[in-house]
Design a protein around this ligand. Structure first.
Ligand SMILES: NC(=O)C1=CN([C@@H]2O[C@H](COP(=O)(O)OP(=O)(O)OC[C@H]3O[C@@H](n4cnc5c(N)ncnc54)[C@H](O)[C@@H]3O)[C@@H](O)[C@H]2O)C=CC1
Ligand SMILES: O=C(O)C(=O)COP(=O)(O)O
Length: 616
């Protein structure tokens, strides 16, 4: 008989620590914590593959589950740049709020290890060092605005730290500032103002150009760009837009033609920039592209300084290609006081004021405070930047399957013999729904969490699941099985298979040689329904004892009475067998962890061939 309990160094024991008095102390939160505060291990990386990843076409992704971890004390939120009072009030209702502005990078790194969340605007660089210095405590970075180019997203993701922004509250402010700069530039308002204040009266020098009838090219037809376009049309301009990702119908609805980059450059009298700063847009306007513009073009930038090669702009201004520029943003902020660009007579500048209206700042503060508090509470965040966004209604439907997914991962990995090295995992989702009608990202993240957490000190959440799997060389492939029948439920069953490993419970190995566990949701509760080739049915609550025995009368009673004598409450019991009087696998759900002696007694029952205790 091969009696198998889980030794102290094994998977099950990794999730709990046996104290001398035999009570169990959880070493990790047992909840579905999708945002965590762990420091990642630095194991070597290897390939990660997802052979099938379905998206959800019905609904635009908007929400993401974050965390349900319970925080022992009030969390601390560091507000590193000025934030509207309404936002601060919201934060203070939930957290200790530390408003420390103008921190040096070193001061930020020192403070961050004491903070659960950080709120910044565009003036703070949230670098990899910041995440490293947080030593795993930082759970959320809130960007009180749109552009997240000042946050190292890769580092945030690697550290399981969620990044949220406030993408809507300053849209109108930025668009209005773009229009303000456009008009001010065309009529030399800033230069004329300075001249009058200097005691001059230069009416001939400051003759401007009209906007009406001129062609404005809006580069980046997103939220701000489309608001600028709408307003410019109201001024009688002919508006075209370039945006490789914007839907043509959105442009048509505003009465704007989407054109190629080349056409925009060649035909525009005015160019207004509204794309994010990305590797693709970095220095998008440069010597080469200035050369393709209409002579005398006028440029407005309220997006990001980095989208223009600033030295090239000075050259284009001096060469007369660009007649004027109006800039709210700069590659380096603040720019050097003697910057040729800033000092240029035909350049109008503002100190990154696009979002700076009373209304926008109040709105942004509320938007970001709600997102950060929500994330810390483990609620849905509508503005996650580095985690999959899944619609709330989809998540609600998937909730029991999310739990099932994590538990199947936990069970499967605990069945592996220590030292086998888990590398190849195949997940099968069986559903009567159309192949694209299932968003598996959350499920995959939770299976990954289940697979990794019991055997390591790493906390896995929705933010860092794929990264952590890749880092650990865990290849998770996904497969869809399309079933006939009613597609009412999103899923019929989930199957997790681990290949190329040995099992401490030989019956868990399927005919094809993998450890296999399969589960379903019944009445909203996850159930284990298959182990290896054996059909079982046990609800996935508490813990599970799996026994393989010779199918004979009295087995349920014998095991049940041993557990009863030891005061271990049995929640569920089921037996799956190959054939009558042959081998059977009994799955027993228990509320409490039996003592070692109790497990030993079960193992000593003559008909029992092997057994394993698994902690959920
Ligand atoms: N000056 C300020 O204070 C403010 C600046 N901003 C900046 O304005 C920019 C736009 O913000 P939103 O409209 O809210 O963002 P958004 O995400 O709604 O729009 C950006 C648009 O740029 C497009 N785009 C991406 N790559 C492109 C490319 N290579 N060429 C052309 N278009 C491209 C995208 O498809 C998208 O439609 C951001 O950089 C943001 O940081 C936003 C608010 C205030
Ligand atoms: O929202 C944005 O992208 C902005 O550029 C606004 O920046 P700010 O919050 O004013 O520093």
């Amino acid at each position: 008989m091969a009696a198998t309990t889980t030794p102290a160094t094994s998977a099950a024991a990794a999730a709990t620590t046996l104290r001398s008095n035999n009570t169990l102390r959880p070493t990790k939160p047992s909840s579905l914590s999708l945002v965590s505060s762990s420091k990642l291990s630095s194991s070597s990386s290897s390939a990660f593959s997802v052979t099938l990843r379905s998206s959800h076409p019905r609904l635009k992704p908007r929400f993401v589950v974050l965390a349900s971890s319970s925080l022992d004390a009030k969390p601390t939120v560091l507000v590193a740049e000025k934030l509207g009072q309404a936002g601060l009030d919201l934060l203070k209702d939930f957290a200790n709020v530390d408003c420390s502005y103008n921190l040096s990078p070193e001061e930020l790194c020192t403070k961050i290890s004491l903070c659960d969340a950080l709120i910044v605007r565009s003036g703070t660089k949230v670098t990899r060092e910041v995440f490293e210095s947080s030593a795993g405590r930082l759970k959320v970075v809130g960007r009180a605005g749109v552009g997240i180019d000042n946050v190292d997203l890769a580092a945030a993701t690697e550290h399981g730290c969620l990044v949220v922004n406030a993408p809507t509250a300053n849209t109108v402010a930025a668009a209005e500032h773009g229009i303000a700069l456009l008009a001010a530039m065309a009529r030399n308002v800033a230069q004329a103002d300075a001249s009058v204040k200097a005691g001059k009266w230069q009416r001939n020098k400051y003759v401007g150009v009209s906007l009406v009838g001129k062609t404005l090219a809006v580069m980046g037809f997103g939220k701000v760009g489309s608001e600028v376009a709408r307003r410019a049309k109201g001024l009688g301009m002919h508006v075209i837009a370039h945006d490789p990702y914007a839907p043509a119908d959105r442009a048509r609805a505003v009465g704007v033609d989407l054109v190629s980059f080349e056409e925009a450059l060649a035909t525009a009298d005015f160019i207004s920039l509204h794309m994010p700063l990305t590797p693709a847009t970095n220095k998008m306007l440069n010597d080469e592209t200035f050369a393709k513009m209409k002579k005398g073009v006028r440029i407005v930038n309220v997006a990001r300084g980095g989208v223009i090669d600033e030295d090239a702009l000075v050259r284009a201004l001096d060469a007369g290609i660009v007649a004027q520029a109006a800039l709210d943003v700069f590659t380096k902020e603040p720019p050097a006081p003697d910057s040729k660009l800033v000092q240029h007579e035909r350049v109008t500048v503002t100190p990154h004021l696009g979002a700076s209206t009373m209304e926008a700042q109040e709105g942004v503060a509320i938007e970001i405070a709600e997102a950060v508090v929500g994330a810390l509470k483990g609620e849905l965040a509508s503005t996650a930047v580095n985690a999959p966004m899944v619609p709330a209604e989809v998540l609600a439907e998937l909730k029991p399957f999310v739990e099932l997914a994590e538990k199947l991962g936990r069970l499967a990995v605990q069945l592996v013999t220590g030292g086998s090295g888990v590398k190849d995992v195949k997940v099968t989702y069986a559903s009567a729904r159309a192949p694209d009608d299932l968003d598996t990202r959350v499920l995959r993240a939770m299976i990954t969490k289940g697979l990794i957490e019991p055997i390591s000190s790493v906390f896995v959440n929705l933010v860092n699941a794929d990264f952590t799997a890749k880092q650990r060389g865990l290849r998770i492939s996904e497969e869809r099985v399309i079933l006939d029948g009613s597609p009412e439920s999103p899923l019929e069953f989930i199957q997790v298979q681990i290949a190329n490993v040995e099992s401490k419970f030989a019956s868990a190995i399927s005919e094809t040689g993998e450890i296999k566990v399969e589960g379903r949701v019944k009445d909203g509760i996850p159930h284990l329904t298959k182990v290896g080739s054996f059909e079982v049915d046990v609800s996935l609550e508490g813990s599970i004892i799996l026994c393989r025995q010779v199918d004979q009368p009295g087995m349920i009673g014998t095991v049940g009475s041993i557990l009863g004598q030891e005061n271990v409450n049995v929640s569920f019991m089921s037996v799956g067998r190959i054939a009558p009087r042959k081998q059977a696998v009994m799955a027993i759900g228990v509320d409490d962890q039996p003592r070692k002696e109790t497990l030993k007694k079960i193992g000593e029952i003559p008909a029992i061939e092997e057994f394993v205790f698994l902690k959920l």
